[in-house]
Design a protein around this ligand. Structure first.
Ligand SMILES: [Zn+2]
Length: 395
């Protein structure tokens, strides 16, 4: 998975007086605009690629930077700054994101405008016309009229606003060719507690997990992640600690990232055997158990992997290893290596990994080392690291 920006080579060509004014008012305003979502998504779809767009309401660039440690996944993608549209309100910006044009063209200028100008084509119609299957997941309302009715996600459990419901509906629709998902919680928390409050950081951490899951389960294609606007602190409104309707860096600049995703082969598996019992463990199982970053420095060279501690897999399978002595790894090329059960169940030592530096390990056929590999993180030399893992035998 690699992060890159706008390889469509196309930019928003509508250069209105408002855009010039904003650029003048915000020193070093980014050239990249959130209108680029439409152009990038269309470009990728014209290339026959699937596209996932994730819109994080109120995820300002300043707020993102302030809470980078709460968003390990999104931070790792190194988003670029992009300019919102004026006024930086959700309906106005959403219309620009889904149509690729400035408000003077699409006609949504305020919180109460719902209907875009006639003749303006949105990304849902464009995707549909290309023969793609399409889904649009929203919070509790549609916000503006679009060519496709959104799947609405009201807060049914009183938890995390609509975010957990949006996440569930996104998962349900993850097989379509074009999926647009709008999470609202960062904006809601920022209005209530202020843009830099702990509550905002906590919600960003939750959404970071949701985004990670969606990205890791998207399969082949492209993923665009951005926001409609940021928020700035307000001091004159007793009911709100933050707002967004003016021209400031905090309100107008948002993160923008494009990810090229190689698919996780969810059918990739290896075997775990213990006595007479054998369990098939898939990529999907590992994602379900929960992946973690793994650092190891064999031969003094630091390497970064993504995987699952072996002991978490044993626990997930309810394997009783209390009387076991050894764990043997077998590779697809005939290699075998052994570790003691104590080494194997050390949660900071023995991992089943499937990515190095964010890239899938690949397979033996394509010259890779995976799809699964054993990393024994505390080993000084990688001699026991089993590539092309086929079996973990507990005995
Ligand atoms: Zn808002």
């Amino acid at each position: 998975m690699t992060a890159c920006i706008g390889d469509s080579g196309k930019t928003d060509t509508i250069n209105t007086d408002t855009v010039n004014l904003i650029a003048e008012l915000i020193p070093d305003a980014p050239e990249l605009s959130i209108t680029q979502v439409y152009h990038d998504a269309l470009h990728f779809m014209l290339n026959g690629e699937r596209v996932l767009v994730i819109l994080l309401d109120g995820w300002g660039f300043e707020m993102f930077r302030h809470f980078e440690d709460k968003q390990p996944f999104l931070s790792g993608l190194s988003p670029q700054p992009a300019l919102s549209v004026y006024p930086p309100l959700t309906p106005v910006a959403l219309a620009s994101i889904v149509t690729g044009v400035q408000p003077d063209i699409h006609g949504i200028h305020s919180r109460s405008d719902r209907r875009m100008n006639e003749g303006v084509v949105d990304i849902f119609a464009a995707a549909y016309n290309l023969g793609h299957t399409v889904a649009y997941v929203q919070g509790f309302s549609n916000i503006i009229e679009t060519s496709l009715m959104p799947v609405l996600s009201p807060d049914t459990d009183g938890l995390y606003g609509t975010d957990n419901e949006v996440f569930e509906n996104a998962k349900r629709n993850i097989d379509v060719d074009f999926l647009f998902v709008h999470f609202h919680g960062i904006d809601d928390e920022a209005h209530t507690y202020g843009p830099y409050a702990d509550e905002v950081g906590a919600r960003m951490a939750l959404i970071d997990e949701y985004v990670r899951y969606l990205v890791e389960n998207w399969g082949d294609g492209k993923i665009i992640i951005t926001a409609d606007h940021g928020l700035r602190r307000v001091y004159d409104d007793p009911n709100r600690l933050a707002n967004h309707y003016g021209i400031s860096r905090e309100e107008m600049i948002v993160p923008y990232v494009i990810i090229s995703s190689n698919s996780y082969n969810e059918n990739a598996t290896f075997l775990v055997t213990s006595g007479d019992a054998a369990y098939i463990v898939s990529m999907e199982d590992l994602l379900f158990i929960g992946v973690t970053d793994v650092s190891s420095s064999p031969r003094g060279v630091q390497r970064e992997f993504t995987g699952v501690p072996l002991v978490n897999i044993f626990n997930h399978l309810n394997i009783d290893y209390s009387t076991a002595g050894t764990v043997i790894f077998t590779s697809g090329d005939g290699f075998m290596s052994a570790v003691s059960i104590n080494e194997a169940i050390n949660g900071i030592n023995t991992f089943i990994v499937f990515e190095e530096n964010g890239e899938l390990l690949g397979t033996m056929e394509d010259g890779g080392r995976g799809p699964f590999m054993v990393v024994i993180a505390l080993d000084q030399f990688p001699n026991r690291w089993a590539r092309y893992l086929t079996e973990v035998k507990i005995q």
